[in-house]
Ligand binder design. Sequence first.
Ligand code: ADP
Ligand code: MG
Length: 477
Amino acid sequence: MEKNAEKVWTNCLKIIKDIVEWQHFKTWFEPIKPISIKNNILVIQVPSQFFFEYLEEHYVNLLAKTLKRELGKEARLEYRIMVDSGSKNKEPLMMDIPGQGYKMYPNNEMDFPLIINNPVKNPFVIPGLKKMQIDPQLNPVYLFDSFIEGDCNRVARRAGKTVAEKPGANSFNPLVLYGGVGLGKTHLAQAIGNEVKRTHPNRVVLYVSSEKFINQFMDHSRNNAINDFIHFYQLIDVLIVDDVQFFAKAEKSQDALFAIFNHLHQSGKQLVLTSDKPPKDLEGVQERLLSRFRWGLSADLQVPDYETRIEILERKMKHDGLEMPKEVVKYIAYNISNNVRELEGALISLLAQSSLNRREIDLDLAKKVLRNFVKSSSKEITIETIQKMVCDYFDVPYDKLLQKTRKREIVQARQITMYLAKAFTKNSLKTIGEHFGGRDHTTVIHSCQTVKDLMDTDGVFRENVLELQQKVQLAAM
Ligand code: ADP
Ligand code: MG
């Protein structure tokens, strides 16, 4: 404890004592511990979140006035709150929250310096750069310009633009973007980050996936460095946390997110979150977090309509320098309607097929390629067909494939067949096993795993599997 802080606080208490009723003074002021003082900010420790809220609600003016008398008009108060009392081998979890007194001052960056109590270990630091230079972890291709607007995403996109223009100083805090897979949550969230970096280069922006956040938290927790972790995140001006549904059941990480959220929100910093469902449906996430997620705006991303899909395709083609007849674009947009990622996938496959076969992209080729995406129109392929194809390919007798021979080539051919049967038919593992002389489903699982592993380590094997895979694909057209 710094002497100075104690002295300042003692002087404050002298005044407060005269004003506040004795009982109240005992309850609300005696338990407060002065911690430190720096840049006119006095940090006081209070026993709980409730305590902090009570003080802020009932005594904010009194605190602000007395403190200003002691420290001048720039004086600020910051609360240190114990979020978790810790245990024998865990340090207690604390968070620092600025008092509302600061709102009496313009909220300008220089005017409101960040406070670091411990040297912060920065998990995102760029080696060689100054200690607090944080790599925002943004992918520069995700921009507003490349994010096509349609009815499906208008509210979300516009809210995102507002947030990027005035991070922290808007009513969309936090901005929660939610929607199914491949509908553009990550793209839009990152576009906000990129735009802030472009227009407000001094703001500290950080994009982090929830998995990464949780993993980092667990690392820090193991090393008894949770406070470092939280303090690091409290330095961010625009914090983007992707896929918060992964916090479900990660209790301790939720506590950390809660502490960070509160601190940032109260200091006028911006939060952008994405989720695969609306906050209210996030099971396994603490209510106190969910209620905070609802403070700002929750905007959904829906499946784009036909016109928007065409626009997205055209934009992508222009970007990749790709040309194809309008009827093909229409065909793709018409048939691929689930999400944008599939739309892009179809385009890439089409491109790959056209260059592989040295063939112009036309409707015919599109129809062939898209059959893999449009499941209903593809031919049903059977286990027997795949078995015959593999036998042909490796020149293995069909009956050997079914017998229990242990010869390596045969074993591998059998494993690949099972793997392909699993990938290209809708048969159960049990049925697949039965087609190989009555093996059980665990053998099939094992085979599939072996194939995957070998594909990672053995180039020739991988080539073989990929070639076979393509043959099966073509047979399914
Ligand atoms: P999510 O995070 O919701 O799963 P992504 O943001 O990863 O989805 O989007 C999947 C792909 O679709 C990305 O390549 C993204 O650029 C693209 N995409 C999604 N929505 C749009 C859009 N409105 N305009 C252009 N591209 C989009
Ligand atoms: Mg995503």
